[in-house]
Design a protein around this ligand. Structure first.
Ligand SMILES: [Zn+2]
Length: 347
């Protein structure tokens, strides 16, 4: 019987994980000896969005070298939250991890298996910073949860804390209203499916359940935590990792977990509220021009043209947000946003 041989370890660096294991998640966890908040920071929930991975690696290196000390609480970093999508350098592995996120008894795909590890992990923390990037050019922005409410869709009681953190992440633009708008969009889809002669292809409809809109931040809030999605810039923006790194450092400082001076709230913030989502119905539905997120539109201005020639107009003065010219029919084509009336907590 031959004795097992142990291969010499392959030298690696933190950023060498081009092919992360598909059998496990790599976490970096630090616990201060003094109590404090439990923060979790995610990178690469979408595999082609690597600015968060880079920002996390930089902070981990600072903590490991002693350049940064955790004085209170605990922080968990997950540099690559979806290893399959990361390995493929694409948004999803088998599916979008940031939708319909919940533990499942019988995992059907890779993301279900990740969810079964990620969901309990999120539940063990008080605050989430989820680092993303986006497809079209544009400035970084953050997605806020709802105002405090006791509604059925997403009851929440920690809006002031969440706003306070969002104002310290370095971004000027904040967006709210994701899940509510998504839920109304789903209702509209269902109505459309019930219309005789609907051109919507049922097979291409990803989901008609409002819970499909639940991603990392929505799950976190349901567990009683606060959560911000930070979109650090265009996927290839060389400044993205810097935006991510700065946001992590600012979050740690704001929560009183490091010796860094607490950052001041940004005062020039533009808060937009997602007001409605419009689905693409047909492969020949096309935008009247190439839109970029946050392009302003005037009430009545044409945004797109349906395959039958019917124009889709802006319902009011506002902004086109998250336009996706190549959306699968039956899925979100673009969102429409308006300035929000919500007063933010700057304390
Ligand atoms: Zn993303």
């Amino acid at each position: 019987m031959s004795s097992p041989t142990i291969a010499a370890p392959t030298p690696t660096t933190e950023s060498s994980a081009a092919s992360p294991s598909l059998q496990m998640l790599r976490l970096h966890s630090y616990r201060a000896l003094a109590p404090g908040p439990r923060l979790i920071v995610l990178g690469a929930v979408h595999g082609n969005e690597t600015c968060g991975t880079r920002g996390i690696e930089r902070v981990v290196a600072e903590l490991d070298s002693g350049a940064l000390q955790l004085l209170r609480g605990s922080v968990t970093f997950v540099p690559i939250t979806n290893p399959l999508a990361y390995q493929r350098a694409q948004r999803s592995g088998d599916r979008n991890l940031n939708r319909n996120l919940r533990p499942v008894a019988e995992p059907q795909d890779f993301e279900d298996r990740i969810a079964n590890v990620l969901c309990p992990l999120l539940a063990d923390h008080d605050a989430l910073l989820d680092l993303h990037s986006f497809h079209a050019a544009g400035e970084p922005f953050a997605m806020l949860g709802p105002a405090d409410n006791a509604g059925a869709l997403q009851p929440f009681a920690r809006a002031a804390e969440e706003e306070s953190l969002a104002l310290r992440l370095g971004v000027r633009r904040l967006v709210e209203g994701w899940l509510e708008t998504y839920a109304v969009g789903v209702e509209n889809r269902l109505k459309r499916l019930a219309t005789p002669g609907a051109t919507l292809d049922r097979a291409q409809l990803l989901n008609t359940d409002a819970s499909y809109g639940i991603g990392t931040t929505e799950f976190m809030r349901r567990q009683g935590g606060i959560a911000i999605t930070l979109e650090c810039g265009q996927h290839a923006d060389p400044n993205g990792p810097e935006v991510a790194w700065r946001a992590i450092r600012s979050t740690l400082a704001h929560l009183g977990m490091t010796a860094d001076a607490a950052p001041a709230a940004r005062t020039d913030v533009q808060l937009l509220r997602l007001a409605e989502v419009t689905d693409r119905f047909h492969a020949d539905d096309a935008f009247v021009r190439p839109w970029t997120s946050y392009d302003p539109v005037a009430a009545g201005e044409p945004i797109g043209r349906r395959h039958d020639g019917q124009l889709v107009h802006a319902p009011a003065d506002g902004y086109v947000v998250f336009p996706n010219a190549s959306a699968l029919p039956g899925n979100e084509w673009f969102y429409f946003a308006r300035p929000s009336a919500r007063a933010l907590n700057t304390a």
